[in-house]
Design a protein around this ligand. Structure first.
Ligand code: PLP
Length: 456
């Protein structure tokens, strides 16, 4: 058995170029774990060790692991018709059914769906739709996209250019033109607004960009209703309303990136529903299929779609081979049925309250927990050296990484956040989690922090 494991490690080191990983560590040390099986909120490695999947794998396994119905829905569709495209007015029922279903769940007049295979493609598609929309209206100069610091929108060229995390932006060579960044509304780390940050500085920074660049050059503002990979930042009340107001005032399109927040994660079907505003487009992926099969898309408002129809005089030459893959659409339909029938949006809201209370308790009990934030089943914990000054530990300590490694040893998978020197740990368990499992997650997290606290 030991030699079999070593063989897999050697093969991995030699042939597998891992996504989002240290190339050197992958090549020299090989993988830290081989995952083999999942059931509910748990995932098991090749040695049979159980882990709480505290990040729903990559913020996506919303209905939990091991759902045979999802495998069966893919299998049935594949046996009937595994693949057909939807270019040039070809169509198929799974895509139409899913588009109609998503339209019924999305807020306001968001009712037309353009499918992709994932989040990055969805954001690139939204940028191109926004730019095309203005081109059709004779405003080709309106092509710039405002995104925000700390934002993560994916790794394709447009999505990377919108992303506000330097580690993703600095792999080499120029990014796409026309992407500019405003401040993230992270009140805890705001040094401008006194005595308390209500997000005004972040709104000001959008105004500043618009003034600097000229409103007539801005096509869209993209926001995550709750930021994720750069820290789980719940925006201050009314911040997102203010973004909508800016968009209305200057004729800019508002794109909500709901790749993480969509499909129940925050206790509503879409994260933007907490804000009482309707964006012009929503991008989605991850939770739409709970990660069982790749699928994403952009939901467009009826108004935008009508205007596109009215002005369009050419082929919209943009689409992926796997846009609206029939088997992926069948899985998404079944996944949405599970979320609905098992009331998982409601469960995310209810368990979210327990998660929030548990995180607050950890903050009160541990000296190095400076800030906790959560909405529904999406949260984070920020570690600091000094609670009063909010001073962070030196980056050489890699405290968040140490804590997540400790948690991993104790059987909990979470994630350190890759943003400058801040030590943040993200939490995002499957929406099926129950009270006892929330407590299990929180206990392991607290024990892991305590253990590392004792060492630094
Ligand atoms: N947008 C957000 C908010 C995300 O969190 C992610 C992935 O984590 C993406 C976009 C990119 O999605 P994908 O990895 O499917 O391309």
């Amino acid at each position: 058995e030991v030699s079999e494991k070593l063989t897999w490690i050697e093969l991995d080191k030699k042939h597998f170029f891992h996504p989002s990983s240290s190339i050197k560590d992958s090549y020299e040390k090989g993988p830290v774990v081989f995952m083999e099986r999942g059931e509910g909120i748990y995932i098991y490695d090749a040695d049979g060790k159980e882990y709480v999947d505290g990040l729903s794998s990559l913020w996506n396994v919303n209905v939990g692991h091991g759902r045979k119905e999802l495998a069966e829905s893919a299998s049935e569709q594949m046996k009937k018709l595994a693949y057909t495209h939807s270019f040039s007015r070809f169509s198929h029922k799974p895509a139409v059914q899913l588009a109609e279903k998503i339209a019924s769940l999305a807020p306001g007049d968001l009712s037309v769906v353009h499918f992709t295979s994932g989040g990055s493609e969805s954001n690139d598609s939204a940028f191109k739709i926004a730019r095309h929309y203005f081109k059709l209206k004779g405003q080709s100069q309106r092509f710039k996209i405002i995104a925000r610091d700390r934002a993560y929108h994916g790794v394709s060229m447009g999505a990377t250019s919108a992303t506000g995390l330097s580690i993703f932006r600095e792999l080499g060579g120029p990014l796409a033109a026309g992407f500019i960044h405003a401040s993230a509304p992270y009140s805890y780390r705001c040094e401008e607004c006194k005595p308390e940050c209500k997000g005004d500085c972040a709104i000001e920074s959008i105004y500043d960009l618009i003034e600097q660049e000229g409103a007539e050059t801005i096509a869209a503002i993209i926001i995550e209703p709750v930021q994720g990979a750069g820290g789980v930042i719940i925006p201050p009340p009314d911040y997102i309303k203010a973004v909508r107001k800016i968009c209305d005032k200057f004729g800019i399109l508002m794109i909500a990136d709901e790749v993480i927040t969509g499909f129940g994660r925050t206790g509503k079907w879409f994260g933007i529903e907490h804000e009482g505003v309707v964006p012009d487009m929503i991008t989605f992926a991850k939770g739409v299929t709970s990660g069982y099969i790749p699928l994403g898309g952009v939901v467009i408002s009826e108004r935008i779609y009508r205007e596109l129809v009215e002005h369009s005089n050419q082929n919209f030459a943009h689409g992926f081979t796997y846009s609206g893959h029939p088997a992926a659409c069948a899985v998404a339909l079944k996944n949405i049925e599970i979320i609905t029938n098992e009331k998982l949006v409601e469960n995310a809201a209810g368990m979210g309250i327990l998660l929030q209370q548990g995180l607050e308790k950890i903050k009160n009990e541990l000296d190095i927990v400076g800030n906790v934030m959560s909405r529904g089943l999406l949260g984070h914990i920020e570690i600091v050296k000094d609670k009063t000054s909010k001073e962070a530990f030196s980056s050489s300590h890699k405290v968040a990484s140490q804590i997540t490694e400790q948690a991993f040893e104790y059987g909990l998978i979470t994630r350190p956040i890759m943003y400058n020197n801040t030590d943040i740990i993200a939490i995002c368990p499957p929406l099926i989690i129950n009270e006892q499992q929330i407590n299990q997650l929180l206990d392991i997290l607290q024990e892991s922090i305590k253990k590392i606290m004792g060492r630094i």
